[in-house]
Design a protein around this ligand. Structure first.
Ligand code: PLP
Length: 402
């Protein structure tokens, strides 16, 4: 008899966003006349920039001619895209990354989840709490986290990010082998400073740990915080970085991201760069040529200007939410370096309860903070990815019920 991976049975309930979608659908079915405003799931709403879609159209036309047709591409991504990433995302910030240290993928969700395959099943994992749930669930499935009881995983090191530490925790006292960091963070919307990241790099080096650094929201940083972990000295020997075109350039449906694994990163004498290359060759046939052409166009002067305008649009929404809810007396964090607002639930009510109040009374969909880990209890997350009109309306509706 085929047995199944027993770790699936340990996962608590549904994936967070599936749970929210079910509750919202039930509400919408019971109240068909209500117009809901969705500031819950982190999906973008603005279209892909014209310079980018033009490049994709041209790439489709290439596919229609025998002379310019592209079949299977390189596992690690086309060189034209890796060169653009190397030049504009790293060299422009004074960070030297080799072309063969960049691996193009279908996005940061798969990369951050799949990177666990490089590591032994007995590694100790540390995550910031609250955090994007994929790091935890993927490690639970790999059997690294033990049992789930009372809302926490037995073998997971939770590093609390609280209002007291400005939602950027210091490294823990405990030992960890794999550390997942996400800055600017989803859900709190807060970025880490150079000094804070240097503290994590020092921790990783002292513990021989590897940091998986998710910088999916680096394009939103406005405070001068580092965009890459590799801006920190010594990170090349202890960190991997994952990035995404999803929120930077509207590729949530188109799918494109990349991971940087420095050649200097070795554990037990083995190069993680070589392991990831081997894995890519075994498990992937790369990302669509048309999509990679679109990705490269994000770095052209027009593509860059147009995508920056979209980011500015979302960050204006973030400002509207932050200022509006603060004026209504709520404690609101984030929204400066990321399109997320982390809002303390008034009266210390549970976050699922406030989620339901906002859904039923304000007709606004949010995300309950506890879905991002035990440290998210007492908060809800709002996203700035809606239209400007819907965002302003949502803020008015929330203010009205407070
Ligand atoms: N990482 C973080 C922190 C995210 O919030 C998200 C999406 O919400 C992702 C990764 C997923 O990125 P992608 O669309 O590239 O898979």
């Amino acid at each position: 008899m085929a047995t199944i991976n027993p770790n699936f049975a340990k996962l608590p309930g549904n994936y967070l966003f599936a749970d929210i979608a079910r509750q919202v659908e039930e509400y919408a079915a019971a109240h068909p006349g209500d117009e809901l405003i969705r500031l819950g799931i982190g999906d973008v709403t603005r279209p892909i920039a014209p310079a980018v879609t033009a490049a994709m159209h041209a790439a489709v036309d290439e596919m229609a001619q025998a002379a310019s047709f592209h079949g299977y591409g390189p596992y690690e991504g086309y060189e034209f895209l890796r060169r653009a990433i190397q030049r504009y995302d790293y060299a422009a910030r004074g960070v030297e990354i080799g072309l063969d240290e960049i691996f193009v993928s279908d996005g940061a969700k798969s990369d951050t989840a799949n990177l666990g395959e490089l590591f032994g099943s007995d590694n100790v994992v540390a995550v910031c709490d609250p955090v994007y749930p994929v790091y935890v669930d993927s490690n639970a499935l790999a059997g690294r986290l033990g049992e789930y009881a009372g809302g926490t995983w037995e073998r997971l090191v939770y590093v609390p990010c609280t209002a007291d530490n400005g939602f950027v925790a210091e490294p823990p006292r405990e030992h960890a082998d794999m550390v997942y960091l996400c800055f600017p963070n989803n859900p709190t919307g807060v970025a880490a400073t150079r000094e804070q990241l240097a503290g994590w790099v020092a921790y990783a080096r002292a513990h021989d740990a590897v940091i998986v650094y998710d910088s999916a929201y680096e394009a939103y940083i406005s405070s001068g915080a580092p965009h890459s972990i590799f801006e920190i000295d010594g990170a090349a020997e202890c960190a991997i970085e994952c990035r995404s075109f999803s929120k930077t350039a509207g590729f949530t449906g188109t799918r494109l991201g990349y991971t940087v694994i420095p050649k200097a990163l070795k554990r037990g004498g083995t190069s993680l760069n070589e392991l990831w290359r081997r894995r890519a060759a075994t498990k992937s046939n790369g990302v669509a040529y048309v999509v990679q052409r679109g990705g490269a166009a994000v770095y052209t002067p027009e593509g860059c200007e147009q995508t920056q305008a979209t980011i500015a649009y979302y960050m204006n929404n973030a400002r509207v939410i932050r200022e509006g809810l603060q004026a209504a007396g709520l404690a609101v964090y984030g929204g400066v370096d990321a399109p997320y607002l982390w809002v303390a639930v008034p009266g210390a009510a549970p976050s699922w309860e406030f989620f339901r109040t906002l859904l039923h009374e304000a007709k606004v969909v949010t995300t309950p903070g506890v879905g991002f880990g035990p440290g998210g209890e007492g908060y809800i997350r709002l996203t700035a990815f809606g239209t400007a009109e819907a965002t302003a309306e949502a803020v008015e509706r929330i203010r009205a019920i407070l």
